[in-house]
Design a protein around this ligand. Sequence first.
Ligand SMILES: C[S@@+](CC[C@H](N)C(=O)[O-])C[C@H]1O[C@@H](n2cnc3c(N)ncnc32)[C@H](O)[C@@H]1O
Length: 259
Amino acid sequence: MPAVSRTFQIPTGSRSVQIVLHEPSLTEDNLGWKTWASSYLLAKRLHLLRLPEAPAGSQRRVLELGSGTGLVGIAAAAVWGAAVRLTDLAEIEANLAMNVRDNVQVIESSGGVATTGVLDWSDTKNSPSDEIQYPIILAADPLYSPEHPASLVQTIGRYLHRSAEARVIVELPLREAYAPEIDDFHHRMRALGLEVREQGEETGYDDWRAGEEGGLKEVRCWWGVWAWKDLKAWSSAQAGSQHISSHPWNYFSYDALGK
Ligand SMILES: C[S@@+](CC[C@H](N)C(=O)[O-])C[C@H]1O[C@@H](n2cnc3c(N)ncnc32)[C@H](O)[C@@H]1O
């Protein structure tokens, strides 16, 4: 698979933006060098999602896990005008950073900001402080090995803000070979204390493979929006309380929920 530059049209609601991504030549180990079907579907869905508003005067903060070429994270910065941190393994991050730089105009013209960094889900040493937890986490096509569900979910557990407004937005290709990983992921997300609030299925194409297999490769995908289950009650209690701030992004201890 040779290196290519590809252009994606992403709807924002009122218009559409054009994102151009460099995809290096694919090797078996570097799957993050291609833009996969589920990330294009998720990027096009962002403007349709009903998400809690960021507090007045502040920018929505978003973390993307396993960004690959960066389509979803760059789209989130452009569509939502958000501050997005796009992350992946060290060997993927250089191309990711280049793609973010190449699309800086489209990001900034929407009032967004995008930065990149290395974040390996198997790294449990680097504990984030509550200040850098995120109210929105995005991930497209992150499950293709038996260790991925556990490492991805523990990363979500460490980086997702503890607030009723926090959301994890995931799009997964429903590949039969990875059905056990998908089941394991759902099981672990529920065990962490999250529940699906919105979901659906749709079809996309791994269109960079078109020449390889003699046509577009259709990919059925599941998308879902997860939120903390037990925080619904906490949020209502907050709304009626005079003593505790009801600021939607307030951090509170997970231990307080008896987790
Ligand atoms: C199939 S690709 C999907 C890339 C992109 N989200 C997309 O849909 O086009 C999976 C991505 O997960 C990343 N990944 C795999 N294991 C990871 C880990 N332990 N920590 C961080 N990222 C990882 C890969 O490097 C790759 O970019």
